[in-house]
Design a protein around this ligand. Structure first.
Ligand SMILES: C[S@@+](CC[C@H](N)C(=O)[O-])C[C@H]1O[C@@H](n2cnc3c(N)ncnc32)[C@H](O)[C@@H]1O
Length: 406
């Protein structure tokens, strides 16, 4: 039977998201401030299904605000799951964990912190880079700091370097030169620390640019005194070093693979699939990282075509047609992933309503249908409204848990 819980209403931190950014929501902050916009505090939570589990899910959905423990929050990733939401759900479900839309790796960090075999996939190269760094062993902290010091020293030399053509107009010339020298200095380091250094480098690329944020391509020209880009890089490397040192010793390694969730599964059978797929029509995850691709020499290739529920797909097609595609994609990835669940294994999907041309797109029932079609029994689900005052609308966010019968 459905029941309602009340919690104190708080101001909605992200209420002014929507002011015509090119890509997705505008979070109105410079992403490299190491801030992650957490969900807003839930007002009411509708609970259905098994009482104990729906209590867990309701608590998970209510977590709000920024959480920067361990490596969480080091490099922003849009629409990240709240770390405590992931932690609560993992604690309630024993066994191996997989996230087929792992993004910046929140679920993976919580999976290894809970000492579980943990794996994840994504089609975004930046997601894989960030997730790998956030799950790196604490033993990397010292080599990272030493390498970052050398890279910063190297980049102080007045050498003229090449800057990718695509990024030139987004930076003051001296800032682009400092970034170019950092990039070149990283290449001189031991490959074992490359991906950590590249993540640190990636984490400063928006803050030092004229771009407003990861999710908004609006330009706001800023002025950075010479040398401060190098200082920022070094400071961020020390921050990451400290964050890695906060991770316990001897954690399991997370397995990370590039892969389309409709096809690619965990390397072996798992007990919990915990994920947050793209909400329909809200973000363009791959194009929003173009500055980073250019600096890091990454090519998302066919990822652009494989992205599910993108904002651009909803703009390009008639709404009904785009919805059908999103539903077919949802049915497909849920079926693929359900195939790797052990008997009594569970799938928990955190998904929110989409927003297309100012109209809300329901995600609850299509997701339930996809889970049932994949042979899962819905054992608990919770929903809460997230008011969007700027658009004078309300979107609902859900956690739906299905179980494979033993
Ligand atoms: C909501 S984000 C996940 C955020 C993640 N839970 C976190 O806490 O950082 C959705 C992710 O789905 C990825 N994605 C989109 N289409 C995909 C597909 N077909 N297969 C795998 N990943 C996909 C995007 O690149 C993005 O990283």
């Amino acid at each position: 039977m459905a029941k309602k819980k009340r919690s104190k209403r708080q101001s909605i931190r992200n209420s002014d998201f929507f002011n015509e950014p090119l890509y997705g929501m505008d979070l109105n902050f410079k992403s490299d401030d190491a801030r992650t916009a957490g969900p807003t505090e839930s007002d009411e939570v509708d609970q259905h299904g098994e009482e104990d589990l729906s209590e867990v899910l309701a608590r998970a959905l209510k977590h709000s605000g920024r959480e920067e423990r361990e490596t969480h929050g080091f490099h922003t990733y849009p629409a990240g799951m709240h770390p405590d939401c992931a932690a609560d759900i993992i604690a309630a479900c024993p066994g191996a964990v997989h996230d087929p839309f792992c993004g910046g790796g929140t679920v993976l960090v919580e999976g290894i912190l809970a000492n579980r075999p943990t794996s994840g996939t994504d089609i975004a190269p930046i997601a894989l880079l960030v997730a790998a760094t956030r799950t790196a062993p604490m033993s990397m902290a010292t080599p990272l700091r030493a390498a970052a010091r050398r890279v910063t020293e190297y980049a102080k030399q007045p050498i003229e370097v090449a800057v990718p053509e695509e990024v030139v107009s987004w930076y003051e010339p001296h800032v682009a030169q400092e970034l170019g020298r950092l990039r070149d200095g990283i290449l001189k380091e031991d490959p074992a620390v490359h991906s950590l250094l590249r993540t640190v480098f990636s984490s400063i690329l928006i803050k030092t640019s004229f771009r407003d944020s990861d999710t908004s391509s609006r330009r706001t020209p800023t002025q950075r005194p010479p040398g401060t880009t190098l200082t920022l890089f070094h400071k961020k490397a020390r921050l990451l070093g400290r964050a890695l040192e906060c991770m316990p010793q001897d954690l399991p390694e997370a397995t990370l693979k590039y892969g389309d969730a409709r096809v690619k599964t965990a390397p072996s059978m798992v007990d919990l699939i915990l994920t947050s797929p793209p909400y329909p029509g809200v973000y363009d995850y791959l194009p929003m990282q173009q500055l980073r691709y250019a600096w890091l020499g990454l090519n998302p290739g066919r990822g652009y075509i494989k992205e599910i529920g993108s904002r651009r797909a909803f703009r390009a097609k008639e709404r009904g047609e785009a919805l059908k595609t999103w539903q077919a994609d949802t049915t497909s990835w849920v079926a693929t992933q359900a195939g790797t669940l052990n008997p009594n294994g569970r799938m928990a999907i955190v998904v929110g309503d989409g927003l297309v041309a100012g109209r809300v797109v329901d995600t609850l029932y299509p997701t339930i249908e996809a889970m049932e079609a994949a042979g899962l029994t819905i054992i608990a689900r919770v929903s809460t409204d997230r008011p969007d005052h700027a658009r004078n609308t309300t979107r609902t966010e859900h956690i739906i848990m299905g179980e494979r019968q033993g």
